[in-house]
Design a protein around this ligand. Sequence first.
Ligand SMILES: [Zn+2]
Length: 282
Amino acid sequence: MAWFKRQKKSIEQTTPPDERRVKTEGLWTKCAGCRAIVWKKDLESNARVCPKCQHHYRLSARQRLELLLDGRWVEHDAGLASNDPLHFVDTKPYADRLKEAQRKLGMCDAVITAEGLLNGRALLCCSMEFGFIGGSMGAVVGEKVTRAIERAIERQLPLVIVSCSGGARMMEGTLSLMQLAKVAAALGRLDEVRLPFLSVLTDPTTGGVTASYAMLGDLNIAEPGALIGFAGPRVIEQTMRQRLPTGFQRSEFLLEHGFLDAIVHRKDLKAYLANALDLFLA
Ligand SMILES: [Zn+2]
């Protein structure tokens, strides 16, 4: 019965399934802070801060340098790479993990050392990359940060380190832990020549990085809502057998308890650092 059964194909059936979908995927994102639907372009043009609730999204090491420095910078020690001294294997070999991260991010390890200008003032700036094995600090990160400090001393320049790290790199065992002492000793020498070190703690700054240079700044400044701590909340809770207070290990809690000097919104960070350097170097 032709009049009863549709014999022609409907319009939908003639278009292949993947073309039928409306192509807005990837243009919008649900904010992790306020659950609002945010246009990704708005987020990018706002330095990756949610325009609705001011939730600070993570920046890559390069994005951070672009935000803080005036135009171009010179990168130091870019070729320094780990050689897997312990031949470490967990779910996969550390050597493969390194290669994968290097290929994905186009950098040899988890920190960029830049020499450039911040509001016209020359300085050294280390910026950590969380995408590279959780921004973990192995021998290379420790060495690059130490060299940056030594270069600052040699060239009489101030130092800014932007931390974004899960802590010491497990795959380099005690060699990672040695970096804590090495970097701290170098910062001691920077202090002796009276050059300022401003530490910027971003989400997350934990473990061995908190336990060494991130907390040793002449000023320790954090972004709003950043997770900052040594051990994670779950580990502490299990050890102490106590419920932790709300907001524990977030910037605001740390400021209230005297661990930080200031919490600075990302849009004000460059001006804040410039002003602080003016004061220190006046
Ligand atoms: Zn939001």
